[in-house]
Design a protein. Sequence first.
Length: 116
Amino acid sequence: MNISDIKTEQDLLDVLKGYTTFERAVYLTTFKIPRGKVSTYSRIAKKIGHPKAFRAVANTLNKCPLWPVVPCHRVVASDGRFTGNEKGASHRRILIRDEGVPIKGGKVVLTEDVLF
């Protein structure tokens, strides 16, 4: 199956068969983030039942092989910062801005209507 063929959660799970349970949970949760919304590494860690594993979530998303189907660009630090190297962070900031997410001072304005 090609990345462009992934349309449903089941399609994604089929592609992720060789991944760990943790990686599958991170990618599946991130897959569900709709356009115009963001989440944080910490929120995803809590959603998958590993509330202290926010760094592991960040590392997993950093090596995500399924972008843009798994919209890892929609995940930011708990203070709204775009993490990683500046080139990648700048690109993600542009993508998020273009999706209509408010950004101020280079950070996402984290409000309940923006958070997933």
